[in-house]
Design a protein around this ligand. Sequence first.
Ligand code: GLU
Length: 319
Amino acid sequence: MGGRLLRTPALLALAGLVAVAGCTGPDPAPPAPPIAPAPAVSGPAAATPSCDPRASFRPQGALPAPGRMPAGSRMAQIQKNGRLVLGTSQDSLLFSSRNAFTGRVEGFDIDMGRLIAQAIFGDPDKLRIKVIPHEDRTKVFGQPGNDVDLVINTMTANCARWQEVDFSTVYLETGQRLLVGKDSTVDGLDDLGGQGVCAAAGSTSLVNIDKAPADPVPVAKGGWGECLVAFQQNEVAAVSTDDTILAGLAAQDPFAKVVGPRFTEEPYGIAISKEHPDLTRFVNAVLERSRADGTWRSTYDRWLSALGPAPRPPAARYR
Ligand code: GLU
């Protein structure tokens, strides 16, 4: 029994949820078996108009006091609802993952949501977390029976998505890299022609794998935890996504490493319904304050110190 195989079903189920250390074997991985090509990867429509995806709506005036949202605003409606509803995933360690000991979903993205709940209610716990599939991140707003107010989920603000949702100003700058086995000499998608590379369905990462000139085979899974399991079972040779997410995967597998330079730019934004630009301006004011008062930095240090010292927070850009 060797390779990166992770054979215990109970651990397989856990791999996406908690940091499971030492669950892989030390022997070199056997070559990945041939895999069936993934279904066609849907990329941004060819006709997507160009835009500055980092530029959002300027805050208007000072932030209202918590608990005193302006009458008629979306924030007043949320206050009346009693909870801010946050759409996210529960298997992105460091960003939004379920802590197996407390049962709570936690991470950098969750703390961004808590900041906004604090600004609306004066209580960061007035947050309801709704786990949504990656593919639904632009579709949850305004659907009957769907009450999501914000999506905060390692989500790149790009022009194709701006067609469907509005984004806040950028709250984290990241870029795509690769996760491979510790002994691998691979350091880019160029080395992975014909081999399976996993990414979440509905992610920009999957589209970027599909576009790579060396023709790696994109393998779509429901989330990053599932990609880690596919990698550990040798179903794929690598996982490729934002290095921020890969840091969370690497922390769960001592026989994996993150390699190569960033080959894309993935600026993260908070997605908000196009029906509620007042909420987007409000969120931008909260982000402004967190950049200025040190909260952004302490949140980075709490969750992302594995990536090195905190950079300067991304500067706000407005349209
Ligand atoms: N940031 C990329 C995206 O929004 C990949 C990460 C993810 O999908 O969670 O598609």
